[in-house]
Design a protein around this ligand. Sequence first.
Ligand code: ZN
Length: 389
Amino acid sequence: MLKLIYYLIRFIFYFFALSGFAFAESTSNSACSRIPDALQAATQLYGLSKKQPISCRSLPAKEFKEAVIQMLSRQYPGNELMLEEKSYKMLGLIPEKYSYASCLLKTTAQNTSAFYDHAKSEIIVPDFEEVATSTLVHEIVHALQDQHFELKDYANLYYQSTDLALAAAALAEGEAARVEELFLASSHTKLDNVTNEIKVTTEEECHFPTQVEDLFTFGYQYGKKFIDFTLRTKGKDALENIWKNRAIYSSAQFLGYKKYPIEVFRQQAELTNNYRKAISQRHPFVVYNDALGQFGLITLFKHGTSHKIAVSTAVNLIGDFLFLENHNSNYKLYWYTLWPDQAAAEKFKLTFGEYFRTRENVTVSCNSLTLKDLTNVLFQCQVEIEDLG
Ligand SMILES: [Zn+2]
């Protein structure tokens, strides 16, 4: 599952997302020495102050890259990244030819401008290039989130699926991006006068497919809107309660926050969990599992059909999960989706058929389902995908 870690890193996509902003705010002082000033600004704009000192480490090129890779490897133990690649490819979420795992490592190492290492509770900056003060402010917000809300535990809890990783990233990045924007808009930027050039060095074969880019920018795009809305309509305490209660359930809650209270998403997550428990007995040979959630489903379908069809299909999803099994190096993917009624399930089947129309190694079947301790009938669709090799 996509790890939150990519979001804690100030990554190239964020530069793209913010390309309309002024980047003329950097200084040649060593980045770590500017932490106290950046902290003061971050504290004021974020509204939370530090509980302990924020450590910062400045590394030369080679060590900096190693630290990035080390952090990524910690998050993807063993062959997990490879299995994620396998699952995404079997689903058609990324192109068959794309070297997802190696490109992620390579591109991230090449294009990280600074990051907050939540395992070591420190901000890591390069000593060989400029770091914009706004970037420091952004990373300081992550450090403050960690001090106040245990970002470490949070990350571990929500590394369980692509869907939860998107949701957790939306909360963490939404806040950091918001504070960073406020900083850029404030007078603080006048302190800096050196232009910070954006150097994106992605090798041709590693250019992220649009689908991956969509997933990576979710946190910034949808998270910030959610944070703005929550602050405006419910206030700062509501946001702190979400952090403290770990009230993060799915990407759907960052898509449907204007329409539904958070409780709806909690119930959906609980239903899906019960469904998953019941099904998992059928799959004792699972080597990898994940859930795409509503945004994952939109991302998947929009490239095979249209954005409109993708959204109108995914909007009814209660939840999903997938299991990857490995039988003598032959992979098989089982993908279960849960729907509130027959019409929604049928729509999924139709869209899925459209999306997978050129593939023969895929079967999908939908039927009604009664979960234990549940009176209302739900609908499920089961997808089985054979490995293409
Ligand atoms: Zn961030």
